[in-house]
Write a protein that binds this ligand. Sequence first.
Ligand code: NI
Length: 170
Amino acid sequence: MAILDIRLLGDEVLRVPAAPVEAFDEELQGFVEHMFETMYHAEGIGLAAPQVGVSKRITVLDIRASDENGPQPVALINPSVTFPDDETERATEGCLSIPGFDEVVERAWRVRVDAVDPTGTPLQLEAEGLFARALQHEIDHLDGILFIDRISPLKRRMLLKKWRKAQEEG
Ligand code: NI
């Protein structure tokens, strides 16, 4: 088992657009395993590589803790997302890098994702609802975007104020 350190809001690595993966080797596959272990240990449903300090386009997801009918765990390398229609949904969302804080975020209800798996094999996903939301959240991480960027400026200011206070109080 290798539990990686999860970087928190304020860490610069969370804000840097991540680089594409070019080598589909054992090192990548081992890292993906460590990401899954870290995500399960933290009781999250998704984790992106920048959250463990690695600025690469890698994310793992397993939403079954929140949706028992959810799909099997998946590791996505170099994913890109497209939106088949305009339907959106507002729902509460959190992030392992901003523990203790969640907010309602509007997201596309349905997405299509193109990626490759850790062996370099292309894969395509279509998702709705929570899985679509989690995919959008994780792929945002790969572009240096956090869910707090998708809430109103007023709510963001309030959240950041509370976050700083909580950090100061340790
Ligand atoms: Ni997150």
